[in-house]
Design a protein around this ligand. Structure first.
Ligand code: UDP
Length: 329
């Protein structure tokens, strides 16, 4: 019987990583999920532990990676990615983008594994070209608050391309635009989890600035499909993976309120430093090279996500109730 292909997912216990692990398992892979749980959570992958093809390894990829056994592919996702993390843990972000990517590439080279880097739309910074296509070099402030993430990922892209050019490694680069879905941390600080958590709690919805800045909203299943197609394609150039439907932050908030039938008020807060004014992917390359485009509308994706957040809230309340009502020790 042919050996099952074995894949390493760094950052596998994170929001996107856990969805990718789940999908790869369902496609018949053996999956090694590696994470240091700095922003990921074991809760995201515990239920995968029942599969004999799933293995969890607790490790910080910024230090040398041991991964015994055959390895056919590496999806390198490990990195904190929320703007609140950029101020909270800037040095681990720089380290995982630089040292972590170096270690993951070194492992791929040693094993002859195909390598996919999870890069980001942040490489375009506060873009002067709209929508953003892959030939655009970006407008990044290297010493701004967001610079730690943007520059770490730009360096990671350079290193990935150098490993291809210099060592002939099979490499792929996904530039991931705003993505949402179940398993985002409720306290992740990003737009969608903030709006949903606030609306569910009946709190005010925080709009940073006047809310006219734009983002695209990609449901996580569409992204995972794009990443897998990219790994299998022969496309070595960076590929934007995002939903090309652009929303203002205000429109996104109103959509969440409408779907939840919530009467929470919108309140304005200061716009964070270097917050990009417009962001929307040009996905022509993904369409041509991967025959891929997002399939899930914002309404549909947000409905799944809202349901998941509501369930988590319900469970958390149940647990809190059990604790307070339980027998005294
Ligand atoms: N944002 C907001 N209220 C929030 C969280 C975010 O208005 O409670 C805005 C933020 O300023 C940005 C957009 O929503 O313009 C998307 O922010 P997010 O943190 O999701 O990610 P980014 O795209 O900035 O990396």
């Amino acid at each position: 019987m042919a050996r099952k292909p074995r894949v390493l997912v760094t950052g596998g216990a994170g929001f996107i990583g856990s969805h990718l692990c789940e999908r790869l398992l369902s496609e018949g892979y053996k999956v090694v999920c590696m994470d240091n749980l700095r922003t990921g959570s074991l809760k995201n992958v515990t239920y995968l532990g029942g599969s004999p093809d799933f293995e969890y390894v607790h490790h910080d990829v910024s230090t040398y990676i041991e991964c015994p056994g055959a390895l056919d592919e590496i999806y390198h996702l490990a990195s904190p990615a929320s703007p609140i993390d950029f101020e909270r843990i800037p040095i681990p972000i720089l380290k995982v983008g630089a040292l972590g990517t170096h270690n993951a590439l070194g492992l791929a080279k040693a094993r002859g594994a195909r390598f996919l880097l999870a890069s980001t739309s942040e490489v375009y910074g506060d873009p002067l070209v709209h929508p953003q296509h892959e030939e655009y070099w970006g407008n990044v402030n290297p010493i701004g608050i967001r610079g730690v993430y943007d520059e770490a990922k730009r360096y990671a892209e350079s290193l990935t391309v150098a490993y291809h050019r210099h060592h002939g490694l099979e490499t792929r680069i996904a530039r991931i635009f705003n993505t949402y879905g179940p398993r985002m941390r409720p306290d992740d600080g990003r737009m969608i989890p903030n709006f949903i958590s606030q609306a569910l709690a009946g709190e005010n919805i925080t709009i940073y600035g006047d809310g006219s800045q734009t983002r695209s909203l990609q449901y996580v299943d569409d992204l995972v499909e794009g990443m897998i197609r990219l790994m299998y394609s022969s496309e070595r150039r960076p590929v934007n993976l995002g939903n090309p439907t652009e929303y203002t932050v205000l429109e996104a908030a109103e959509l969440v309120l409408k779907l939840l039938d919530s009467s929470s008020e919108l309140v304005h807060k200061p716009l964070p430093e270097d917050d990009p004014k417009r962001r929307c992917p040009d996905i022509s390359r993904a369409r041509e090279s991967l025959d891929w485009e997002p399939r899930i509308s914002a309404q549909e994706g947000l409905s799944h996500t809202l349901r998941w957040f509501a369930e988590q809230r319900h469970k958390a309340k149940g647990w809190a109730g059990q604790r307070t009502e339980g027998p005294a020790r």
